[in-house]
Structures are given as structure tokens and as C-alpha cells.
Design a protein. Structure first.
Length: 286
């Protein structure tokens, strides 16, 4: 993989953001864009334990997709206080994924606002993500192809991104939002996955208070270098094709995939994984 560093800016006007990053659909790290947020000083794992410790949270790990798993169905549940104790005590694969804690703990909504980056942000969909050291998400893109602003808190997180045009080299699993789950994007095996040699992408490490802009439809892989958490704010895709594709993903692709899992079971998962390899092989041999 050829990975270039994601550009960083200390501050930026919305006009420059639109011109240099949104319109050309390029990622950027905004280092000091939300210093005014109370969350920058308040939000930590300890604070989350204090305000949400009694809430039962959904947990996910990095096990391969199984036909019996529901879409985004958690692998375990735990009290938030116990989960944060686990994060601090030892490495764990358990992550919190797409959790709207802000609905369950309304007081947290006073700790941030919706920055004016020149895009209309979805005010009902702020989601939080937590992870322990070395836990990671599979390489994926978001189902609605939104423009994403990813705000990180506590510790360090590695982020690897690929533009949609690189999909042909990434072993994308058909009828899904992920690449082949056996790929370790932090240490790829190029003998097993030769297509990755041709993939060009971006990499950065996010620290506390930093914001990563991910353009619509971008592939992203996240690995926690230390225990920490992030919040994402989203804006609708501006490209009409991406908007239509997001609607298709939500209402047709997801339903079809769920139905096929029920009908064919694990054979459907295995078929999709084999097709991911075959498709990339054809690209490389063309």
C-alpha cells in the first residue's frame, strides 16, 4: 500500500475547507477546530464512567462475520463502568460501535456544538465509538456514504483511508460494506493480498481534540493505539449518485444480504468472501 500522510491544518475557514477539501473530496485533519467545546476539557474515559457508568452498552469484537449475526448485532453487553475498567486494565478486542450515548445521557449534549464547516450536519445522528489498545474496525465504508467528521478523545487512534476509486484493489466483499476480513491493514501480507500493493491511500494518527474529515464513500480502518473514544458527526452526500447509492444500500442491499444469510447460511458468507478474492484477481490480471 502506498499511504501518504493526511494533511493537517491548525485552523481553517469554511470557505477554504470547501474549496480545498470538500469539493475535491480529500481528507484533512483539523487540529484546533473545536477548542471551544467543553468536551475538550471534560471528556475522558473517567468522565464517561462517571456520567454513564450504570448504562448497559453493546460491545463488538473483530470476529469474522457469521451468517447467524444480525446486521450490527452486538457480540456482548456490559455496564459502561465495567467496560471502562476493562479498557484501562488490559487490552481488549471489545469496542462500542455506533452508540448514541447522547440520547441516553442528555447532559452530554451541552458539551459540544455543530461546527460550521460549510456543510449541514445531521443533528440527530452523533455517534460514539470506544475501543481498547490494539482493537480495530474492519476496513469499511459507511452505508449512507455520508461526509464524516470524526472527533477523537483521549489517547491515540490510527486511521487508514482509501478513496472509492481504490475499491478494485481492496478485496471488497460483494453485497456488503467491508473488505475481506482476513486482511490486516496495519501489517498487510502482500503475498496473500497482492492487490494491496497497487492501492494508494492515506494515514494519520488522531490525538485528543483532533478532527478527521472523511469524504463521502471513503474506506476507513481504525485501530486504537491506546484506549480511547471518538464521536462522529455526519453530513449528507452531495454527489447525487452517492446519495442514490446510500438509499440503495440501506433499503435494498442490506435487506437482500440479510435474506440470503437466512436462506443459505454460512455458504453465503463464504461465497461472498471468495468472490472478493476473485474480483480483485481479475483486476490484477487484466
Amino acid at each position: 500500500m502506498k499511504l501518504e500522510a493526511i494533511p493537517r491544518v491548525s485552523s481553517i475557514t469554511k470557505e477554504d475547507f470547501i474549496k480545498h477539501y470538500f469539493k475535491p473530496q480529500k481528507p484533512v485533519v483539523l487540529e484546533n477546530s473545536v477548542e471551544h467545546w467543553p468536551a475538550i476539557k471534560k471528556w475522558s474515559l473517567g468522565y464517561m464512567k462517571e456520567v454513564a457508568g450504570d448504562i448497559t452498552v453493546p460491545l463488538y469484537d473483530d470476529r469474522p462475520v457469521n451468517h447467524e449475526d444480525g446486521f450490527n448485532e452486538p457480540h456482548a453487553q456490559m455496564k459502561m463502568a465495567d467496560y471502562i475498567d476493562l479498557l484501562k486494565k488490559e487490552p481488549t478486542r471489545y469496542r462500542i460501535f455506533l452508540w448514541n450515548i447522547l440520547k441516553e445521557v442528555p447532559a452530554l449534549q451541552q458539551d459540544y456544538d455543530f461546527p460550521d464547516f460549510g456543510l449541514k450536519l445531521k443533528r440527530k445522528l452523533p455517534m460514539l465509538f470506544f475501543g481498547g489498545r490494539d482493537s480495530y474496525t474492519f476496513m469499511h465504508y459507511d452505508i449512507d456514504l455520508a461526509n464524516i467528521f470524526h472527533f477523537h478523545f483521549e489517547g491515540t487512534k490510527e486511521c487508514i483511508l482509501f478513496a472509492p476509486k481504490e475499491t478494485k484493489y481492496l478485496y471488497k466483499v460483494p453485497h456488503s460494506l467491508i473488505t475481506h476480513e482476513s486482511i490486516d491493514f496495519s501489517n498487510p501480507d502482500y503475498e496473500k493480498w497482492p492487490g494491496l500493493k497497487k492501492a494508494s491511500g492515506y494515514r494519520t494518527e488522531l490525538g485528543h481534540g483532533e478532527v478527521l474529515y472523511m469524504p463521502e464513500g471513503y474506506w476507513h480502518y481504525m485501530k486504537y493505539k491506546t484506549p480511547g473514544f471518538s464521536m462522529s458527526l455526519r453530513a449528507w452526500p452531495k454527489n447525487p449518485f452517492n446519495f442514490a447509492k446510500g438509499v440503495y444500500n440501506i433499503f435494498i442491499m442490506r435487506s437482500f444480504d440479510i435474506a440470503m444469510r437466512k436462506i443459505k447460511g454460512q455458504k453465503w458468507i463464504d461465497y461472498k468472501n471468495s468472490r472478493a478474492v476473485e474480483r480483485t484477481k481479475r483486476v490484477l490480471s487484466a
